[in-house]
Design a protein around this ligand. Structure first.
Ligand SMILES: [Zn+2]
Length: 194
């Protein structure tokens, strides 16, 4: 399996069928974000007894707020509903490796476990760029496990960025040639890769 697919072997047996079901839900939330033009990342926060505590989709663009990552949205919803800024025993499932901000917030919330899908070599804080949970001197340890449905989670992101690049190229080409150009611009829709 390629690093871009999550960098974790597909044969991993660390995850249960319930884990996989929650990640499927996070993937559905990621798709919702993508439909809104946000980078498609979704998160679900689940109590130890299997209750959903909160859900979130990435929405920094719509909210003009750089902190509105899927994990933060889910944490805020869950903490508000619980009337508690700590959620001990809870597990957060997220489609992409958390960034420093989200990992910090999840440590503050005293989550028991974080499960993510695709690795993020650009902003990942669980080994992708730096490894926050591996820091032994942190006062709270949250178990972090990556690679669940990594291929599907990575595919969701790749398709989004591919479509966005394609749209940007179309817009650039249209701006270059201006209005009234005859038909015949190459169609980038088929087989152009990304
Ligand atoms: Zn984040």
């Amino acid at each position: 399996m390629a690093v871009e697919d999550g960098g974790v072997a597909a044969t991993s047996v660390r995850f249960s069928a319930a884990d996989e079901g929650w990640m499927q839900r996070a993937l559905a939330l990621a798709a919702l974000a993508g439909e809104q033009g946000e980078v498609p990342v979704g998160a679900v926060l689940v109590a130890a007894d299997g209750r959903v505590l909160g859900e979130g989709s990435n929405r920094p663009i719509a909210s003009s707020d750089p902190t509105q990552h899927a994990e933060i949205v889910a944490l805020r919803a869950a903490c508000a509903a619980a009337g508690n800024y700590r959620l001990p025993g809870a597990t957060l499932y997220v489609t992409l490796e958390p960034c420093v901000m989200c990992m910090g917030a999840m440590l503050h919330a005293r989550l028991a476990r974080v499960v993510y899908g695709a690795a993020d070599p650009k902003t990942g804080a669980c080994g992708g760029v730096i490894d926050v949970p591996a820091e032994p001197s942190l006062n709270h340890q949250t178990r972090v496990e990556g690679g669940l449905l990594a291929a599907a989670c990575g595919q969701c992101l790749r398709e989004f960025f591919r479509a966005r690049r394609r749209a940007a190229r179309r817009a650039a080409a249209a701006a270059l040639v201006g209005p009234g150009t005859p038909a015949g611009l190459p169609d980038e829709g088929a087989g152009s890769g990304g």
